[in-house]
Design a protein around this ligand. Structure first.
Ligand code: BTN
Length: 172
């Protein structure tokens, strides 16, 4: 791994921390810009490096840095209501990057992003449901459905931004 790769992974980990603070509280699960940055990390850096950048992000939060939403940090957050989403971020970045690499073009980017988001929802929903004492119906109502329209918009925006960044740089 080159020094440039490490720098990019660190940059996207930091950007995810910023995205976490751009949030709207609507309940136990806030609307945040993390998903946008997670997708961008996979689409721009590729599956492997995108995964690594999100692993760094999760690790920074786990050791106590206030990088999660509402400036939260610490291992306890990963066991809290939003822990499932956070744990899914590296997987989602990998999937978005992998599918974009395999399929190519903006269609591949949007497809990969949507599958990545689905994985975030799946792990987020499971953890939230368990946190709510097994009420997976409520978890769906407060932890998945309200986010779908905006997150589809984030997927489209991520594909647009990644496409432009790749054309304007040598990252493509
Ligand atoms: O506590 C955290 O730092 C994680 C917050 C997770 C928010 C989830 S990610 C998927 C969905 N889309 C959003 O905008 N918010 C939720």
């Amino acid at each position: 791994m080159r020094g440039r790769d490490v720098a990019f992974a660190a940059l996207f980990a930091a950007l995810t921390a910023v995205g976490a603070q751009i949030s709207i509280p609507i309940g136990p699960v806030p609307i945040t810009l993390q998903v946008l940055v997670v997708l961008l990390s996979g689409l721009i850096l590729g599956a492997r490096l995108g995964f690594l950048s999100q692993l760094v992000y999760v690790a920074m939060g786990a050791v106590g840095l206030p990088v999660f939403a509402n400036l939260q940090g610490g291992f306890a957050v990963l066991y809290g209501p939003t822990g499932g989403y956070i744990v899914a971020f590296p997987i989602a970045a990998f999937i978005a990057g992998y599918m974009a690499e395999k399929t190519g073009g903006k269609t591949g980017m949007i497809g990969g992003s949507l599958v990545g988001i689905a994985v975030i929802y799946l792990l987020g929903w499971l953890r939230l449901g368990l946190f709510l004492g097994g009420d997976f119906h409520k978890a769906l109502l407060i932890g998945v459905l309200p986010f779908v329209p905006l997150d589809i918009g984030k997927a489209a925006l991520a594909a647009l931004i990644a496409d432009r960044v790749k054309k304007a740089t040598d990252l493509g």
